[in-house]
Design a protein around this ligand. Structure first.
Ligand code: FES
Length: 568
């Protein structure tokens, strides 16, 4: 017998697989519609391929099975939810998904079922005639079905893929597909409507079409309408039954054992045994970050559990996520953990309730793994420079310095995200690819050094020696996200890539050079063949040595970066 936990584990993957099959069906269906832009004839010809693919015993079984499984498992997940409080995007996706089956009943009965029962052929000409000239209301319903199903599918794909490191790269192309497919399909249908309308003005065309396609008689239409109404009633009825069953189950569960979840601010939330910690937070309206919507994919809901570690062990899915983030033993996913006794928890990521946080995956506010270039810069011997200065003068000097380097970073396309003492950390590639990020970081480093030299000349009388900075740049994967507390949050990056970039910056003292970059940065920026001195160094958490390039004078970069003619 399948355990409850195992069932829970398989429901989402199975549902996802079914959803992908249905999305593939929609894509081919839309592509077929779009051929209306060529001609009605092209649509009809492509329809034969479409039918060969989907209307055969295998294709039809897979399609019907996927449709039923996706829908029924969706109802199961609603039944399983302990609270219906959820983010807006998640509620929208669920509502759209639940609207599909009743709307689909009209389409399926009018096409496939009519074909199976009475041999009616659902040629484009006949279906378009029916949905535009004969029954425009049905046409509007059909347009609604396509919009709802497509939007639901696109949202599902987006929320499934958005945590992949490569997703931001393909997102623009995917978004174009998301928008263009329904637009082209609609234009194809509009063109086909015009063509069919013209044909319908010919004498006998409609009568001939109805005869040739074995259109259902009035009595048969009445039977189909009854069948359709029954299917619609079943679809809404099952949803209503699910919601009632869920409510009854929740009422009963509150009568059984209750436990308390303790939060760091002293709040205690009573919940029945069986709820997840995330459900406890949501039920008490405690902000709790859950970028994947509680699907166990993102780790943003992670919590530290205090004291009682004798909890149910993580499921394979939770374990995989915890291992990916190298979580400590007392860290669990709030959306997966169902405590059986009182528990004190501390959410580890801040829940930022802003419009931006709703766009977390694109803006990296929720924390996301990305391929970026990280730059560290530091003024050589700043302690000595500041030693004999008044604190006000030091602040003035630092602000001028930060203005010089910060503007260089921003103009190159990066984000100067941290100013600590006389050090600067900057991120490149938060919204570009790695090649661009590496070039931007190198361009920024060149401009930073030029601006600091200009500043030194300007403050010549104030400085014992000209300011000199050392810069280290490394690239690779890092988790980029907003951190902070209360009203203060800023974007930062965490991971070995960041630590290594910082280490390279310290090496500039050892090599007495302007810049130390990893080989990866120089290669990605297109400087792999440039003859800079190379060394292999050892870095923490890395078995193989790291090859670095020593750039003693950034002016050597100008020609290679296409900055010749500038004054760097
Ligand atoms: S909300 Fe994403 S893993 Fe819990």
């Amino acid at each position: 017998m399948i355990s409850h936990q195992a069932l829970g584990y398989w429901v989402r993957p199975v549902r996802l697989g079914c959803g992908l099959l249905l999305f593939a069906y929609l894509v081919t269906h839309f592509a077929n519609h779009a051929l209306g832009l060529v001609s009605l004839h092209a649509m009809e010809a492509a329809r034969l391929w479409f039918l060969a693919l989907w209307r055969n015993p295998l294709g039809e079984t897979a399609l019907l099975g996927a449709l039923l499984a996706h829908w029924l498992l969706g109802l199961w997940l609603i039944y399983r939810r302990r609270t219906l409080r959820m983010p807006v995007w998640e509620a929208t996706q669920i509502i759209l998904g639940l609207t599909v089956p009743p709307l689909l009943a009209y389409h399926i009965v009018g096409t496939r079922v009519a074909n199976a029962m009475y041999g009616s052929q659902d040629l484009y000409a006949r279906v378009i005639l029916g949905l535009s000239l004969q029954n425009p209301a049905a046409g509007i319903l059909q347009a609604g079905l396509l919009t709802v199903a497509w939007t639901h599918g696109c949202m599902g794909l987006h929320y499934w893929l958005r945590f992949r490191p490569w997703y931001s790269r393909v997102f623009p192309a995917l978004f174009a597909v998301f928008v263009l497919m329904p637009v082209l399909a609609s234009l194809g249908i509009v063109e086909a409507v015009r063509e069919v309308s013209a044909l319908a003005r010919q004498p006998d065309f409609v009568a001939r079409l109805m005869t040739e396609t074995h259109a259902a008689s009035t009595a048969q239409m009445a039977t189909l309408a009854r069948l359709r109404d029954a299917l619609v009633t079943i679809a809404w009825g099952l949803l209503a039954a699910t919601l009632v069953a869920r409510t009854v189950r929740e009422q009963l569960s509150w009568r059984r054992a209750r436990i308390r979840i303790h939060y760091p601010d002293g709040r205690q939330v009573p919940i029945p045994v069986g709820w997840t910690v995330l459900e406890a937070s949501r039920s008490a309206l405690i902000p709790h970050l859950s970028v994947c919507g509680g699907r166990g994919r993102c780790s943003t809901c992670r919590i530290r559990v205090a004291g009682d570690l004798a909890l149910d062990p993580p499921t394979a899915q939770e374990l995989a996520v915890l291992q990916r983030i190298a979580a400590a033993p007392d860290v669990r996913l709030a959306c997966q953990l169902r405590p059986t006794r009182d528990l004190a928890v501390t959410p580890l990521l801040p829940a930022i309730r802003t419009v931006a946080s709703e766009r977390a995956p694109r803006d990296a506010l929720g924390g996301r793994e990305r391929q970026i270039a990280v730059l560290f810069a530091d003024i050589r011997g700043f302690t000595k420079i500041a030693e004999n200065k008044l604190p006000y003068d030091v602040v003035f000097l630092l602000n001028r310095y930060f203005e010089a380097v910060g503007s260089a970073v921003a103009e190159a396309g990066g984000i100067a995200n941290q100013y600590t003492g006389d050090g600067v950390m900057a991120l490149f590639g938060v919204s570009t690819n790695l090649e661009t990020a590496c070039r931007q970081a190198l361009v920024a480093s060149s401009v930073m050094i030029r601006r600091v030299a200009e500043l030194s000349r300007e403050l010549e009388n104030e400085l014992p020696t000209p300011l000199r900075i050392g810069i280290g740049i490394h690239a690779g994967s890092a988790v980029v996200g907003e951190i902070g507390y209360g009203a203060t949050h800023y974007l930062t990056a965490v991971g070995d890539t960041v630590n290594t970039a910082s280490r390279l910056e310290t090496l500039t003292k050892q090599y007495g050079c302007d810049l130390v970059v990893s080989e990866l940065v120089s290669e990605r920026a297109g400087l792999g063949d440039v003859n800079f001195p190379r060394h292999d160094i050892r870095v923490r958490n890395r078995e193989a040595p790291l090859r670095i390039a020593i750039i003693d004078d950034v002016r050597r970069l100008a020609g290679h970066l296409g900055l010749a003619g500038t004054t760097i």
